[in-house]
Design a protein around this ligand. Structure first.
Ligand code: FAD
Ligand code: UDP
Length: 381
């Protein structure tokens, strides 16, 4: 009855479903354990009419033309360059640390000298990971690196990961480099912004195809089983393709032990005032137990709402307890080795494909995930 079954209606599952249904003319079933589509990109109006992102702030950004082109079939865009500030003492400083930030934290003469030094060393417009900047032995560059390390990275990273920047993969802190320009935008990509009507309507359009059926509130473990190289769907051997986008350790009953993930507790608050912080995202890099506060109206550009809704993010180590969600793979060689044990089980099934931030145990952005899903769909057609 189905040619393809996909577990998970996030960006990975939805993009793959659409391509396979449309271009491959496959009959696709998407099973999603939550009661909504969109995965972590899901957005919805809260009880006060404010459009919120249920699983934390999501901003689309990409330099990949085919990704932008594909998603643009399902949405128009509200183009904007997302900017983040960090609260350091009484100041709100632009993050990534850039030349504007430099001139805010040092007096003019010193800032001018340091600016020249940075440009001479790295070139105007370059993006230098903090861990690389720290390796530079020049005392003036050391001073900047130390400032950025102490005031932007150290405590935020300790909250987010429970580890210091030295202990985590450099790939992670490298996502927010020191930027040698006056560009305050958080991302360096060509296209940046939000789906004009929100993420969820974009997913609704993507999944709206005669060859796609979506079953919400359905865990794939309820309808599927995996034995001796054979995938079963509703008790019968399933010979079509199966794409899994959830946590692989869970699917195989954590038989080799749990894969470690970081999770987040989102605490939403609605305030009967026009504005709370005047910025979409304020990172708390030296104080507080939460990492950041998002004020949604500044993220989505929504004008027709009363009051304002904010969310604070409190990170913690995922334990697998009911109600917890794994959000971030922890990129470490020993975790990768454990992941590969689970991956090896999946490989025993020739029609079993792992796709997604959880299923691949990687740190993907929306655009990279879209590209990966497009690639897998092409391969399976
Ligand atoms: P998900 O979105 O997690 O979707 C997986 C889906 O599978 C979920 O809906 C889940 O319920 C379902 N599922 C899991 N197991 C099963 C099962 N057994 N049976 C059925 N269904 C199952 N990226 C950006 O590009 N920009 C951003 O600003 C950004 N901000 C982020 C902020 C936060 C707090 C987080 C955590 C991530 C952010 N990301 C951002 C990354 C982005 O969320 C991911 O790239 C994207 O959601 C990955 O899509 P996915 O489909 O792999 O996973
Ligand atoms: N980071 C930090 N301070 C900041 C912003 C980021 O220390 O103000 C570090 C932190 O370790 C974080 C990583 O850089 O996990 C990547 O940040 P990003 O904003 O990409 O994280 P995400 O939005 O994916 O949670």
């Amino acid at each position: 009855m189905y040619d393809v079954i996909i577990a998970g209606a996030g960006i990975a599952g939805s993009v793959a479903a659409r391509k396979l249904a449309e271009e491959g003319n496959k009959k696709v079933l998407v099973v999603e354990r939550r009661n909504h589509i969109g995965g972590n990109c899901y957005d919805v109006q809260d009880e006060y009419g404010v459009l919120i992102h249920q699983y934390g702030p999501h901003i689309f950004h990409t330099s990949l033309e085919p990704v932008r082109e594909f998603l643009s079939r399902f949405t128009d865009w509200y183009d904007f360059g997302h900017e983040v500030v960090a609260k350091v003492g009484d100041q709100l400083i632009p993050v990534p640390f850039n030349l504007n930030t430099l001139h805010m934290v040092y007096e003019k003469e010193k800032a001018d000298t340091l600016e020249k030094k940075l440009i001479d060393t790295y070139g105007e417009g370059s993006r230098v990971p903090i861990m690389k900047l720290r390796e530079n032995e020049d005392p003036q560059i050391q001073e900047i690196a130390e400032y950025v390390y102490q005031n932007v990275f150290l405590r935020y990273t300790m909250k987010q990961w429970g580890q210091t920047p030295e202990e985590i993969s450099p790939e992670v802190t490298g996502r927010v480099p020191v930027v040698i320009s006056y560009d305050n935008r958080y991302f360096g990509d060509k296209y940046q912004g939000m789906p004009l009507d929100g993420f969820t309507p974009m997913f609704e359009k993507m999944l709206d195809h005669k060859n796609i059926e979506v079953r919400l509130g359905t865990d794939c473990a309820d309808v599927m089983s995996f034995e001796n190289g054979v995938i079963y769907f509703e008790g019968k051997p399933f010979e079509g393709q199966f794409i899994f986008t959830g946590a692989i350790d869970e699917l195989f009953q954590c038989r080799f032990g749990r894969l470690p993930y970081r999770s987040l507790d989102f605490k939403f608050e609605h305030l009967e005032q026009d504005s709370f912080q005047g910025h979409s995202v304020v990172n708390y890099t030296v104080s507080e137990e939460f990492t950041r506060i998002t004020e949604f109206k500044y993220l989505t550009g929504q004008k027709d709402c009363k009051g304002t809704t904010i969310v604070r993010e409190y990170p913690f180590a995922y334990t697998g307890a009911k109600g917890e969600t794994p959000y971030y793979a922890i990129l470490e060689p020993k975790n990768q080795a454990l992941y590969e044990q689970y991956q090896a089980i999946a490989k025993e099934y020739e029609n079993f494909h792992l796709l997604g931030r959880l299923a691949e145990y990687k740190y993907y952005n929306i655009d990279a995930m879209t590209a990966k899903a497009m690639e897998l769909a092409d391969k399976l057609m």
